[in-house]
Design a protein around this ligand. Structure first.
Ligand SMILES: *Cc1c(COP(=O)(O)O)cnc(C)c1O
Length: 426
């Protein structure tokens, strides 16, 4: 990299540092182009993207079909607000509810908004359908959850950075350990006013914690027995990422809703975001059946941009791509292959203690303390070698490439990762 070129990155980084709030700590790389599994920096270096914008870009960067749907719609009609009908929203709602097997969809924009929406629906259902005394509803959540950044959501986080000095906190949440059925049973027995159980099928931000294979099915069962809504936050795990259309689909590889899913733990409320647009536009959604969704009536919830024509057209295209390109099965095959290869490597490794995950949502655990800089240093070295990844919670590195990755590309990435790790072996 020549000095002149390096100055280009440095300048863009300096701009963000000077004029932007410092609410992120990015890897020192400035990107200006993406295509499929690749992104390029302003010096024209090419990288494999192993973050995929936190699994928003499952369909690959700038997928032509998604971009085309966005451009066509942008030229025609962008926003009407929900004060009027538009010709795209109903088509999208029909497509997505059929795709995922629910009666109704409530459209929002960001993931956090969709989680907020799910919480509101759950509480209202509790008072109007379950008969919980007003303002007494409780929602059970898990330790080390990540559901977004709003005041209410961070109220039930246990990440100090996310919480500290943002109080007073929203009440009404009970925290239990993740992947702990007895704890869930206990919380349900002790609290008659539980309205819902909000859970990530795999805890992505916490470090790709994958629960016992029967955790979701058992949790769903307990929720049923206690007349409590089972709410799945699939913003990161959903839309083929884990080798199933949804992580709650267990081991089914169909690319749309099907009845054969023996291991399917159908959520009462499903929360989607991120890859719902293939990363082209902020699109999120809450799905539920009529008996739940009907608690929301005109004027009780909304969003100016939610369900806008661009979002609707983009989401249909993004979901079609998942089906047409068989991304579910590809994520499963490539994921198995990736973990197999990395497991071989770590047999003789002192720097990596574990590889875990499902489909193409994986992580390695670095054999050092969470407050050490080793994982960060490895990510900087990976970047130098042409692959972008980011540490999550200190000593864990998440590997989540776009689901369009093929075997040849994945082999090249495994070579980069193992070669880089070798330099850090003691
Ligand atoms: C990213 C994420 C969110 C928040 O989505 P935003 O679009 O960033 O608001 C919520 N839940 C999970 C599981 C996520 O991964």
């Amino acid at each position: 990299m020549s000095l002149v070129q390096q100055n280009k990155s440095t300048e863009f980084i300096a701009l963000e540092n000077q004029y932007g709030a410092h609410n992120y700590h990015p890897l020192p790389v400035v990107l200006n182009k993406g295509e499929g599994v690749y992104v390029w920096d302003v010096e024209d270096n090419r990288y494999y993207d192993f973050l995929s914008a936190y699994s928003a870009v499952n369909q690959g960067h700038c997928h032509p079909k998604i971009i085309n749907a966005m451009l066509e719609q942008a030229k025609t009609l962008t926003l009407t607000s929900r004060a009027f009908y538009n010709d795209q929203l109903g088509q999208y709602e029909k497509y997505a509810t059929t795709y995922f097997g629910f009666d109704k969809l409530l459209p929002m924009n960001t993931g956090a908004e969709a989680v907020e929406t799910a919480i509101k629906i759950c509480r209202k259902w509790a008072y109007e359908k379950k008969g919980i005394p007003e303002t007494a509803a409780q929602i059970i959540v898990c330790d080390n959850n990540f559901h977004g950044r709003t005041t209410t959501i961070i109220s039930f986080s246990n990440d100090e950075d996310a919480r500290k000095n943002f109080g007073p906190y929203t009440p009404g949440f009970i925290k239990i350990p993740y992947d702990d059925i007895p704890a869930l049973q206990d919380a349900l027995e002790k609290n008659p006013n539980v309205a819902g159980f909000l859970v990530e099928p795999i805890q992505g931000e916490a470090g790709v914690y994958t629960p016992q294979p029967d955790f979701l099915a058992k949790a769903k069962d307990l929720c049923n027995k206690n007349n409590v809504l089972f709410i799945a936050d699939e913003i990161q795990t959903g839309i083929a990422r884990t080798g199933s259309l949804l992580a709650v689909c267990g081991n089914c590889t169909c690319s749309g809703h099907c009845e054969q899913q023996k291991t399917y733990s159908q959520p009462d409320i499903l929360i989607l975001g991120k890859a719902l647009s293939g990363g082209a536009y902020p699109v999120s959604a809450v799905l539920a059946d009529n008996k739940i969704m009907e608690v929301i009536q005109p004027g009780q919830h909304g969003s100016t941009f939610g369900g806008n024509p661009i979002a609707s057209a983009v989401a249909i295209a993004a979901l079609e791509v998942v089906k047409e390109e068989g991304l579910t099965l590809n994520a499963r095959k490539m994921g198995n292959y990736f973990r197999e290869k990395l497991s071989e490597y770590i047999k003789n490794s002192s720097i990596v203690s574990q590889v875990r995950g499902k489909g193409l949502l994986n992580a390695i655990v670095i054999n050092d303390t969470p407050d050490s800089s080793t994982a960060w240093d490895i990510c900087v070295a990976l970047k130098e070698n042409g692959l972008l990844a980011k540490p999550t919670h200190g000593n864990i590195i998440r590997f989540a490439p776009p689901l369009v990755i093929n075997q040849e590309q994945l082999d090249a990435c495994i070579a980069i990762i193992t070669m880089t790790l070798k330099d850090f072996e003691k």
